[in-house]
Write a protein that binds this ligand. Structure first.
Ligand code: HAS
Length: 583
């Protein structure tokens, strides 16, 4: 794509017909706020987050196919001893590295970038963010030791009665606390920007990431209380047991909003960057902000939808949370509408026509765009599955079956992970000053992921409907009926294709950072989309934290208060835990 500079300095994509659909993301010259150039040390700092994230993704993803292959009888675990001693150790590594480490480090690094580039200024207190990063990194090392020594094979949902070594809980606490500290750095930077720009609407790409940081701080209160009041004292031997019902309530207080903490940075890119990459503009700045504020309010008070079958939680509260879960569907529908409208606008500027014919005009040969489009398409199916899960009665059919990993591989492992991969296709070259290695291979990598995931997740959904349990080495099970067998094989085939995609991604990233430096003028810019309508016309209430934070707090008290009081009042720390060691 060719970009021409308009009088007044606004970089604009060329009108339809003249755009080069094969141009990589590097052709963009940036948008509002992008005039600020990151310094080398800022790039290194962000790059450190992204490097750890990518390493976690690659190592964690090598564990995934082990389970998929095991399903059809190809058991590779014996060959990996003594590094991986059991199916559950491998599954814990896979879940912790991919669902917790890859996501958290990527998100915090990306939010550093969107805050600085969006606001067009450095962090106001960079030392705070540095401290946060080191606390997260030390936490990661402390968590890794017990997992690697098979003394914390409690899976990524680490609630009791499964019991891990204390270092696992301590390490995770440090990762969360480190992310809070970095969050503080983002708020202070936004505050400083607002002081200098009274009356100006905060740039969306910065605001979106910071709303996500605020939501994360509210959400992680649950897991913080769980670890500090129950899991750490228990693992140190200070208390004899735990209350699994209360522990699960605390855990899912954090556990569901955790999925939106993963999703929202992808949405920042879909709303605030992808339209620019596609050659257009954001269709509605107001709708983008509204969706993010809605997530701040309704992400947290829905946790009982993970506890529909738990005894100890009254049915009324499960119904209330089921209803609230349907409300969290709306910001995603707003997103579908706004992002598709932005893409249509872009494609029509590039000469696209027709009701759906414009889709062909999107820059499918740009790896960053292709990965994010394919991620969003898979999310349509992940979202439909999510609504099925949320239905109180249908959930009884799919809960704890292979359907659930089928669902979350379309969401966190596709909508989120494939989008983040797409983002790295411009971000790693931007940070490293090196050209993306083999952009054509990167496009292929995204498609291989797409195909592998369709096969894998469809097979898992069907297996779930047929009653296959999740988190079970089905290759060793003695009760597998014949009707499962074809689907178990499809799971392995899908897992194998995904492994190929991960290896392609690893090769692209390694070769990119090993490549030669390119001239500064050729380094890809950060693609920040302008909005069709000036953000200054966005109502002020869509730019203010206070009303939304108050609403979030009030809804939390209503949706969780009575149950928390009741469960804490009747707490019974009688589950010993150590008797439940399945590995
Ligand atoms: Fe979920 C379980 C309900 C979304 C992740 N979920 C999980 C677990 C994970 C997870 C990890 O109600 C398992 C936890 C465990 O280990 O036990 N989920 C939902 C609902 C939604 C939802 C209602 N989940 C997510 C997202 C995740 C995620 C997002 C990760 C990022 N989920 C549940 C429930 C359970 C559950 C129950 C418990 C199940 C059980 O019993 O254990 C909704 O937020 C989904 C709304 C989304 C949509 C899709 C909108 C589509 C969009 C794309 C537009 C397309 C475009 C492309 C732009 C309605 C925005 C255009 C392309 C062109 C080419 C033009």
């Amino acid at each position: 794509m060719t970009i021409v500079e308009e009088p007044g300095g606004t970089a604009e994509p060329t009108p339809s017909g003249t755009a080069d659909p094969t141009a990589p993301s590097g052709a963009y010259v940036g948008g509002p706020g992008s005039a600020y150039e990151l310094t080398d040390s800022e790039k290194t700092f962000i790059g450190a987050h992204i490097g750890i994230a990518i390493a976690a993704l690659i190592v964690g993803s090598l564990m995934g196919p082990l389970q998929a292959f095991q399903f059809s009888g190809l058991d590779l675990y014996p060959y990996l001893e003594p590094v991986i001693q059991s199916y559950y150790q491998g599954l814990t590594l896979h879940g912790v590295l991919n669902a917790l480490v890859w996501t958290t480090f990527f998100i915090v690094g990306f939010t550093n970038l969107t805050t600085m580039k969006g606001l067009g200024r450095p962090l106001s207190h960079p030392m705070i963010n540095k401290v946060g990063f080191w606390v997260m990194t030390i936490g990661l090392v402390v968590t890794a030791i017990p997992i690697l020594t098979n003394s914390a094979s409690v899976l990524y949902t680490f609630y009791p009665p499964l019991k891990a070594n204390w270092a696992f809980y301590l390490g995770l606490t440090l990762v969360v606390v480190g992310s809070w500290i970095e969050g503080l750095g983002f708020y202070l930077t936004l505050g400083a920007w607002r002081k200098d720009n009274p009356g100006v609407r905060s740039p969306f790409v910065a605001l979106g990431g910071i709303i996500n940081a605020a939501m994360w701080q509210i959400a992680t209160l649950g897991v913080a209380v769980l670890i500090l009041t129950m899991l750490l004292p228990w693992s140190f031997g200070l208390i004899d047991g735990t209350d699994p019902t209360l522990a699960r309530t605390y855990f899912w207080f954090t556990g569901h909003p955790l999925v939106y903490f993963w999703l929202l940075p992808a949405y920042v890119s879909w709303y605030g960057m992808l339209p620019r990459q596609a050659g257009g503009k954001l269709f509605s700045d107001s709708l983008a902000r509204l969706a993010f504020w809605m997530f701040l309010i309704v992400s947290v008070p829905v946790g009982f939808h993970h506890q529909f079958v738990d005894p100890g939680v009254p049915q009324t509260w499960k119904w209330i949370h089921a209803g609230l879960t349907y409300s969290v569907f709306f910001p995603s529908m707003i997103t579908a509408f706004t992002v598709i409208a932005s893409l249509e606008y872009a494609a029509k500027r590039r000469g696209g026509t027709g009701l759906v014919g414009w889709i062909r005009q999107l820059p499918w040969l740009d790896p960053s765009v292709a990965a994010q489009l394919l991620a969003a398409i898979l999310f349509v199916f992940g979202g439909i599955g999510g609504l099925t899960n949320a239905s109180y009665n249908l959930n009884l059919v799919i809960h704890n079956t292979a359907w659930v990993p089928g669902h979350f591989h379309l969401t966190v492992a596709s909508a989120v992970t494939l989008s983040f991969i797409g983002i790295t296709y411009w971000m790693v070259p931007h940070l490293s000053g090196r050209a993306l290695w083999r952009p054509g291979l990167a496009v292929a990598q995204a498609w291989v992921w797409f195909v592998g995931m369709i096969i894998f997740s469809n097979a898992m959904h069907v297996l779930g409907l047929l009653g296959a349990p999740r988190r079970t080495p089905l290759g060793d099970a003695t009760y597998v009926p014949e009707e499962w067998e074809g689907h178990l094989l499809r799971t392995s085939i899908g897992g194998g294709i995904l492994l190929i995609s991960v290896l392609m991604y690893a090769a692209i990233m390694i070769m990119t950072v090993r490549g030669k430096k390119i001239p500064a003028g050729d380094v890809p810019e950060v693609p920040i989309a302008e909005s069709i309508r000036s953000p200054q016309l966005t109502p002020l209430w869509l730019d203010r934290f206070k009303p939304w934070l108050l609403a979030a707090g009030a809804l939390l008290v209503i949706a969780y208060g009575p149950q928390l009081v009741d469960q804490i009042w009747n707490m019974n720390l009688n589950s010993p835990g150590t008797e439940f060691v399945p590995w």
